[in-house]
Design a protein around this ligand. Structure first.
Ligand SMILES: Cc1cc2nc3c(=O)[nH]c(=O)nc-3n(C[C@H](O)[C@H](O)[C@H](O)COP(=O)(O)O)c2cc1C
Length: 207
């Protein structure tokens, strides 16, 4: 089959795009606006985009139910920083609960029974229960083309200035993903968990 997204002519029961680009890591983003209000929300349009300096990006899309911009976008713009926490198999339910559309400034972490602890270099706090946190300074927010309803899409790009790794998830100095069991977004309402790991050497010139 072939379809053109602008024409929505896939003929399938659900738009397949997000089921094709998988698995997507989940950036579980904490932000704080200039007034000190805190927000925590998961973003699967999220990834690392450079390693030196390390940079990450997440993409808030659409308005909230009340017609305002998503808090993560508004707060990152206002506070100029964000912290990425990582979702694990053990934290899957709490992560999901933090996507609830609570009023701006209402604490999603408390709503999900999570504990926030201070970050070291930035103001947005860390989710204590998560084993890895990236403290980020906002680099740039890009305006992406709006959706068909005129709702905004943005790409929030940050430089990672601090990294916390729980010593308990290190084995012989390596991040042990079998201990972390990260979860990732697939299409539809599906998720994956990193349970099987394999290694491959690159050919000469493979970078
Ligand atoms: C696993 C998961 C991934 C999500 N990924 C995105 C995303 O990439 N972009 C987005 O705009 N919303 C995404 N959402 C929905 C937001 O988390 C939700 O709209 C949340 O309320 C964010 O709004 P806030 O920043 O105003 O708190 C995702 C939700 C879940 C559960």
């Amino acid at each position: 089959m072939f379809y053109e997204p602008a024409k929505r002519n896939h003929g399938l029961p659900r738009d397949p795009f997000k089921a094709c680009v998988v698995p997507r890591p989940i950036g579980w983003v904490t932000t704080m606006d200039a007034a000190g209000r805190i927000n925590l929300a998961p973003y699967s349009f999220f990834n690392a985009i450079a390693s030196d300096p390390p940079m990450v990006a997440f993409a808030p899309g659409g308005f909230k139910d009340d017609g305002a911009l998503k808090d993560s976008l508004a707060f990152a713009r206002s506070g100029g920083e964000f912290t990425c926490n990582f979702a694990t198999w053990d934290l899957r339910e709490q992560m999901n609960q933090t996507s609830a559309g609570l009023p701006a400034g209402e604490n999603e972490a408390a709503h999900a029974g999570l504990t926030l602890v201070p970050a070291t270099l930035v103001k947005p706090p860390r989710v204590k229960e998560s084993p890895i946190h990236l403290e980020c300074r906002l680099w740039q927010i890009l305006d992406l083309p709006p959706d068909r309803n005129g709702e905004p899409n943005n790409l929030v790009i940050g430089t990672v200035v601090g990294v916390h790794i729980d010593d308990a998830v290190l084995t012989d100095g390596f991040v042990d993903l079998k201990k972390i069991r990260p979860i990732a977004r697939l299409g539809y309402m599906d998720y994956a968990v990193v349970d099987t790991i394999f290694s491959m050497q690159r050919p000469p010139g493979g970078g």
